[in-house]
Design a protein around this ligand. Structure first.
Ligand code: CP
Ligand code: NVA
Length: 306
């Protein structure tokens, strides 16, 4: 049987996400009650990092251990990947020695090429284009805090980056709306975002307008990994795209604030919002662990009915 991969958000159906969310809830409960759940004894996850990480590495590594398995960390600097071994060759070898692979890299094309030559499931742990594991955890967090996301409005303030693109794919799948506000020149590129064009997002030149009546306000760093050379220019261009208390007031009273982290207080978000009562960023970060455990379980063992 051909391995199933998780390379972008639209790779799974809504119904499969409903299953993952139910499993996430159950797996989280086991973890919180110190109950062991070790279905993956003898299974190995290989994690390949071509960019830095705290949350993704930790949540995958800890998650795999908590499921009874093992995780191995590889990075570009210390492996032959950094010396130009073709990604196709690496995929052949790594997937013969492991059961599942997670990759964080630059172009989406790299994870796709890896997956085409892999015998085992491949998970995208962030590319320039997408961050599907992040939005898996984020939507679980929204549902946990506020109930179903269908019909709700998410305000995305800032760069139309990998996290934004993934929110846009999720909106088409879960039938909610995204109000996007970016500075001129940083607008959404629907093709790069991999959208079907179902009209689930709207662009606003004024970030305050985008935030109006939103159920969730979210943002991300102005400069993503790999784009550091543009940092100074971006600081100037994004100056007016900061999520602050006034912007949160424009949103619904019960709106939550999310950020994939790491955050730069004083740039894309004020400390007041980041550390304020509407912020759910720590639950959001924690839920990466539980949601990805459900994802690994699904990719390796299929549907576990509870
Ligand atoms: N949000 C996220 O993916 O964080 P890391 O870069 O620390 O993995
Ligand atoms: N957009 C950010 C997300 C980091 C988790 C980046 O790609 O650097």
């Amino acid at each position: 049987m051909k391995a199933r991969h998780f390379l972008q958000f639209k790779d799974f159906s809504r119904e499969e996400y409903e299953h993952l969310f139910a499993r996430t809830r159950w797996i989280k409960e086991q973890f919180k009650s110190y109950r062991q759940y070790w279905p993956l004894i003898d299974r190995t996850l290989v994690m390949i990092f071509e960019k830095q990480s705290t949350r993704t590495r930790l949540s995958f590594e800890a998650g795999m251990h908590q499921l009874g398995g093992t995780a191995i960390y590889l990075n570009t600097r210390d492996s032959q990947l950094g010396r130009g071994e073709p990604v196709e060759d690496a995929a052949q070898v790594i997937s013969r020695m492991s059961d599942i692979v997670m990759i964080r890299t630059f172009e989406q094309e790299i994870v796709e090429r890896f997956a085409r030559h892999s015998r085992v499931p491949v998970i995208n742990g962030l590319t320039n284009e997408y961050h599907p594991c992040q939005i898996l955890g984020d939507i679980y967090t929204f549902i946990e805090q506020r109930g179903p996301i269908r019909g709700k409005t998410v305000a995305w303030i800032g760069d139309s980056n990998n996290v934004c693109n993934t929110w846009l794919q999720a909106a088409e799948l879960f039938d909610f709306n995204v109000h996007v506000s970016t500075p001129p020149g940083y607008e959404v590129e629907p093709e790069r975002a991999g959208l079907y064009g179902t009209g689930h997002y709207e662009e606003f030149s004024d970030p305050m307008q985008a935030a109006r009546d939103a159920d969730l306000v979210t943002t991300d760093v102005w400069t993503s990994m790999g784009f550091e050379a543009e940092n100074e220019e971006r600081k100037r261009d994004f100056e007016d795209w900061q999520v602050d208390a006034e912007m949160m007031k424009a949103a619904k009273k019960e709106a939550v604030f999310m950020h994939c982290l790491p955050a730069h207080r004083g740039e894309e978000v004020t400390a007041e919002v980041m550390d304020g009562p509407q912020s759910v960023v720590w639950d959001e970060a924690e839920n990466r662990l539980h949601a990805q455990k459900a994802l690994i379980e699904f990719l390796l063992l299929g549907r576990i009915e509870q």
